[in-house]
Design a protein around this ligand. Structure first.
Ligand code: A3P
Length: 290
């Protein structure tokens, strides 16, 4: 595994999992199908959680599929070297995961009826989650300190580029019929209600029992134990399980245990500046609890 990065159209990628060739194919050649569903996020925003939810909805709440096929095979990250071919081979309706920035997204999507579910998370918690994940995922350089992780976030040289560009890029789709956005915090606050909203967006009618089953099998507790979802099957030279786990805490607001008051105040100022052109308020801005 190598930490070496490269830049493609302004965003950062890692030579161990990405290549310019695949990114070009994603953009220009990947044939999006009308019934494709894209699970898109900035890293550490709830990608695995939403993947589980979407796959369970697809299976009408039946957990057999998510209990038997690894997450990265059922919904591969199609912009990665390992994931591209797997995504092409999926059975329709395909659920494809990705962290791809909007400006590199597959051109054929825009001529299709395919749908995007975009999940965001309070960026302060994204930073914390990334801080810990960088210690275990070998393609990330472990930051020297939390302060260094915070600085990296604003230098925008982290994987997939700037959080701000990612969110502002994808929010250009807000209001379109085939685009649905939700926050990690809303999933936390009301998972059942969120599942109902996602089903409505997907045009999927599940009965109460089926919805309860989606909620049960996508809960933190169950996913943490599911070997097909918790990444424990990934070899140690890629993910050092002795140092941590993907399913770390699964809460909102852990940033309060990591940011100093000064760091938080500076973050809020920089956040306002970076987001001033976006006319959308997110869950974490609307409630002080977050
Ligand atoms: P923490 O590190 O804060 O615990 P991603 O899937 O985008 O890599 O994001 C990983 C984060 O989502 C981790 O956050 C992980 O614990 C959390 N997560 C994964 N599944 C979850 C679930 N079912 N419920 C709540 N949080 C979940």
């Amino acid at each position: 595994m190598s930490f070496d990065n490269f830049t493609y159209k302004g965003a950062t990628f890692c030579v161990s999992v990405h290549s310019e060739e695949i990114l070009k194919k994603v953009e220009d050649e990947f044939q999006v199908l009308d019934d494709d569903i894209f699970n898109i996020t900035y890293p550490k925003s709830g990608t695995h959680w939403m993947s589980e939810i979407l796959n369970l909805i697809k299976q009408n709440g039946d957990p057999t599929f998510v209990n038997s096929i690894p997450m990265w095979s059922r919904s591969p990250w199609y912009e990665t070297i390992a994931g591209y071919d797997e995504a092409e081979k999926l059975t329709s309706p395909r659920i494809i995961s990705s962290h791809i920035p909007y400006h590199i997204f597959s051109k054929s999507f825009f001529k299709s009826k395919a749908k995007v579910v975009y999940t965001m998370r309070n960026p302060k918690d994204v930073i914390v989650s990334m801080f810990y994940f960088s210690k275990i995922l070998k393609i990330f350089k472990e930051p020297e300190s939390f302060e260094a992780q915070l600085e990296n976030f604003f230098k925008s040289n982290g994987m997939y580029g700037s959080w701000f560009d990612h969110v502002k890029g994808w929010m250009q789709m807000a209001g379109k019929d085939n685009f649905f956005y939700i926050t990690y915090e809303e999933l936390q606050q009301d998972l059942r209600g969120s599942v109902v909203r996602i089903c409505k967006f997907l045009g999927k009618e599940l009965n109460d029992e089926e919805i309860n089953s989606v909620v049960k099998y996508s809960s933190f507790k169950v996913m943490k134990e599911n070997k097909m979802s918790n990444l424990t099957q990934i070899p140690d030279d890629v993910l050092d399980k002795s140092k941590g786990t993907l399913m770390r805490k699964g809460v909102s607001g852990d940033w309060k245990n990591h940011f100093t008051v000064a760091q938080s105040e500076k973050f809020d100022k920089d956040y306002q500046e970076n987001m001033k052109d976006l006319n959308i308020k997110f869950f974490w801005q609307e409630t002080k609890k977050q």
